[in-house]
Write a protein that binds this ligand. Structure first.
Ligand SMILES: Cc1cc2nc3c(=O)[nH]c(=O)nc-3n(C[C@H](O)[C@H](O)[C@H](O)COP(=O)(O)OP(=O)(O)OC[C@H]3O[C@@H](n4cnc5c(N)ncnc54)[C@H](O)[C@@H]3O)c2cc1C
Length: 480
């Protein structure tokens, strides 16, 4: 093989070899999940050390955009952090009681709180409007990183909001295509080598430069699994023009996956619209699939069989899943069996199993592996290598503002890396921001273990299936 690795080496040996190589490329890059801002890092470290404080901090960030006066901001600061007062250092408890809510000091404090939250948001949110998002993706392209753009906003409550969401997606596709399709070609991200043996005269596949991530629940105010027919009809009505616009402008549309309650309906709508005559032979579509769900293996098998019946492949963005806490809490409250794996190693092991399935099924399901976990990524690189796939045949995806050196390391290995780039106002962005903060500060987060707790490489690269043998604890720090 060109990079000197043995064809015959087993997956585990190759995984560790790729993992060590990625880690070697990260050396000297410092504490990287976040930009190097001293205050933000201190804040993160401090809040991570204490669940009660972390919870109040995130609650405060969540509610902040709704607070319009200094009095309201200071009242919430007092109230929320007051609930965690036993955990606060003495000086802070003292200060909290004396926070000025009026006058110039009150206004200053409110502005400071707002600005800090905004700075935090800017790490994960690329811009407030299309122009800023465009600048952000242009900067990514200078680093040979591709993008998928996401319009921030959670549950759509009214039909007016759903209309607006559709208009925004259309504006994104038109606005971005006009600019981005004129940029100079970058072979690394604009072309993909074929992942199957070339037939005579076949050339590398052109990869759409404009890639948009769409949440189906944004397109209909009554998105409801109780009414699959009605919901599918209403969502497809708004999705159709988006897909038409994308197809006309050679753009790609990926459907995000949301909470478990929406999963089957999201898959159903995805399949139904892609069976329509206008889209049946269109390959530039994908869907996110979550490895933390117990039923995912079955879903993927069905999706592969369906894509084969359709006669045109689709892309699968394999993620671990962003709603673990939510799913666990909802299931416990309702007395339902939990749909997600309960231990981190199970999700990691399932991710590897599904990666294997996707790479084997690449004729019908193009693998796009989304993770910041070096072990998960290295395992995918190893499998692709064993299947004889050239770099670029499998796509890797990461989130904007996270794990920058890991992105650069994969680019240096000749891989195509796509960055999920959200844009939008702070208010609709808060739910997204809080999810990212929870993810980064969770005990089980790979980025936390790797960059903040400096867990040894060999431990981070361990096969997740080995974990139960060592310890029933699934916290990385307990594996030693
Ligand atoms: C490009 C991109 C697009 C994404 N799109 C989506 C999307 O459409 N829908 C979506 O839901 N998510 C999406 N995500 C987020 C993704 O699901 C993960 O939350 C995130 O990537 C963290 O996983 P990791 O492999 O990077 O990190 P790791 O630290 O290795 O894994 C963290 C993940 O492990 C899982 N986990 C944590 N604790 C436990 C536990 N006790 N038991 C079982 N599992 C646990 C959770 O899924 C958690 O997010 C996307 C991520 C990327 C990079």
């Amino acid at each position: 093989m060109a990079d000197g690795r043995e064809w015959t080496a087993d997956v585990e040996t190759l995984t560790r070899s790729y993992g060590r190589e990625i880690f070697a490329r990260l050396e000297g890059s410092g504490p990287v999940p976040f930009a190097p801002s001293w205050w933000d890092e201190r804040l993160m470290e401090w809040s991570m050390g204490n669940e009660a404080v972390k919870l109040q901090l995130f609650r405060f960030v969540d509610v902040l955009p709704m607070l319009h006066t200094p009095e309201a901001i200071v009242r919430h600061l007092r109230e929320y952090f007051g609930e965690a007062r036993e955990r606060l250092p003495g000086w802070l408890r003292w200060g909290l009681r004396r926070l000025p809510s009026r006058g110039i000091l009150g206004r200053l404090l409110a502005a400071l709180a707002y600005r800090s939250a905004e700075r935090l948001a800017r790490k994960f949110i690329a811009g407030a409007n299309l122009a800023e998002a465009l600048e952000a993706v242009a900067r990514l392209r200078q680093r040979s990183l591709a993008f998928t753009i996401d319009r921030l906003g959670e549950a759509t409550i009214t039909e007016q909001e759903a209309e607006q969401a559709q208009a925004d997606y259309l504006e994104l596709i038109h606005g971005l295509s006009r600019q981005v399709n004129r940029w100079k070609t970058n072979d690394l991200i604009d072309y993909a080598p074929l992942s199957l043996p070339k037939k005579n005269g076949e050339e590398d596949r052109e990869v759409p430069r404009v890639n948009v991530s769409v949440k189906l629940s944004a397109l209909y105010s009554q998105f409801d699994p109780i009414d699959p027919e009605g919901t599918s009809w209403a969502v497809r009505r708004r999705l159709r023009p988006i897909l038409h616009a994308a197809r006309e402008r050679a753009a790609f549309v990926n459907i995000d996956m949301e909470q478990y309650a929406f999963k089957d309906l999201t898959l159903q709508i995805f399949r139904e619209i892609l069976e329509e005559p206008d889209f049946r032979d269109w390959p530039n579509v994908g869907i996110a699939i979550q490895a933390y769900l117990r039923d995912t293996a079955g879903d993927l098998e069905e999706l592969a069989a369906w894509a084969q019946r359709r006669g045109t492949p689709v892309t699968v963005r394999l993620v671990k899943g962003a709603y673990w806490d939510y799913e666990t809490i909802v299931a416990a409250q309702m007395g339902w069996p939990t749909p997600v794996w309960s231990q981190k190693w199970q999700t990691d092991a399932n991710y590897e199993r599904l990666t294997k399935f996707l790479i084997a099924q690449r004729r019908w399901l193009n693998p796009a592996l989304a993770s910041h976990n070096v072990r998960s990524l290295a395992h995918a690189l190893a499998l692709a290598h064993i299947h004889g796939l050239p770099p670029g045949a499998v796509e890797y995806q990461m989130l904007y503002g996270m794990a920058e050196p890991i992105k650069d390391a994969l680019v240096a290995l000749g891989q195509r890396v796509r960055v999920y780039t959200p844009y939008g106002q702070l208010l609709p962005g808060m739910a997204y921001l809080v999810r990212r903060l929870l993810e980064n500060t969770a005990n089980e987060s790979f980025l936390r273990a790797s960059f903040m707790e400096h867990v040894p490489e060999e431990q981070l690269l361990r096969n997740p299936l080995e974990v139960p043998a060592h310890s029933r604890e699934n916290d990385y720090t307990a594996l030693g």
